[in-house]
Design a protein around this ligand. Sequence first.
Ligand code: C2O
Ligand code: CU
Length: 521
Amino acid sequence: LWRWSGGHGHSLGSGPAPKLSELAPQARFVQPLRLPGADGLLAEVDLKQPLRLLAQTLSVGLFPGPATSLWAYTGRVGAREVGNPLLHARRGDTVEVELDNRLAEATTIHWHGLSIDEANDGSGLHPVAPGARRSYRYRVDNRAGLYWYHAHPHGRTGVQLQRGLAGLLLVEDEEERTLRQRLGMRWGERDLPLMIADKQVGADNAIVYKDGADDWIGNRVLINWTPEPYLDVIPAWYRFRLANVANARMLRVAFVQGDQVLPMQLIGTDGGLLAQAWPVDDVFLAPAQRIDVLVDFGALAPGQRVMLRSLDYVAMENEDESGAFLPDPMADHPGATPMGAALDLMELRLIDCATERRPPARLPDLSALSKIDPLPDTADWPVRALRLRMDEAGRWFINDWNFHDSGHEPAFSVRRGSREVWEIRNSMTSMPHPIHLHGFQFRVLSRSISPPDIRGRQVAPGGLTAQDLGWNDTVVVWPGEIVRLAIDFAQPLTGTHRYMLHCHNLEHEDMGMMLTFAVTD
Ligand code: C2O
Ligand code: CU
């Protein structure tokens, strides 16, 4: 049933880079990309000190004209005022963040991707009421990587993220420090976070959301809170840490120069560094997923331009087989590029760089970035079957669980320290679902339909994508696909802790495509 789109050379093998004929709609790339800084949105805050964040309305000038009212996590650090700060922590640190909810509705801070206990996980099981406070205090046990935090109140996650309640958390460890030294790329200069979202923005610059919406897709792209940004780059290698924090839009990211796709080196995924760099042309980046890539602008000349683009793909199997995904009703998304259509995200402009200041044209050896065990032999691990489906009434389910029916009651329990294979089957729905597991990073064992890259190559051995070669907390399951995950439920805790498994298409999540499971002694 499922057809891979792209049309750009299914049969090209590993030949020359394909031509990209489809042009994305014209966006204006006039605002410089916001970089991590001292104040305001994306301000950098080290979690060495306890931090207090107020969830509140924040009025910011994002677009020309009237200011935009966001819901944001704001704080004061010394003399600095920060909003949705980019947090830094080191593996092994114990961090403390207090949430003071000044919104008119309950919210939380969920620490997406971190392996922590139930109470600090920040899921909707522990909402913070309007006017109330709570402290999150936990040890960062995860590998170095780009994680993120966001609101997670049951049924309201879609609207709260669309309005702005999300930020990045960068974890560092020894391997990462070594790599950074060897790459010689300064954080904030040639090593940059790209927090990508789309928003539905009205004429008055207000962010629009419709309660009960399905697949909320935006008419504006924001990267690091900058609409359709540009970035000046020198002819050299860059490292980008991309995070898709959109509600529903899956991206297929590539760097495009003229008709050519620039090759990337994938060096990390949700849960940190890969064992070795892996060459890729394009990567599917679903909501909640992160990737760490290196890309070389070294062969380009000042004045040339590169586009960070989401390439077209078939996002939904329509009855009329047109292949395009038409959000229903499209009237909810005025001016939006449909999901799956090509969309330009950011323009990179090559600028001059004095020869003597040019960084080395070659990368260091990247064949041993990190220690990652080979895939475990799961022959005698118990298998848990999970089926993604929609009923006749249009409600989403995982097996027979819809969160609104089953609620906080765990659908099942898992013994702490046990290891299981979770087999997620998307046989009954017409669109891909990014499935996210709280509390544990997993390995992808196999997938039955592995998307080839734009050259039609199978990217990695065994049907896996390059992304599947690392640790992940969110995995895309394509229509018709069965994805098998290996999950080790070891954790340094006792007692019962409840976690979520859900679709990170936030409208699906809010409609109940989520279950609670318990980890017990
Ligand atoms: Cu990023 Cu349960 O979420
Ligand atoms: Cu979904």
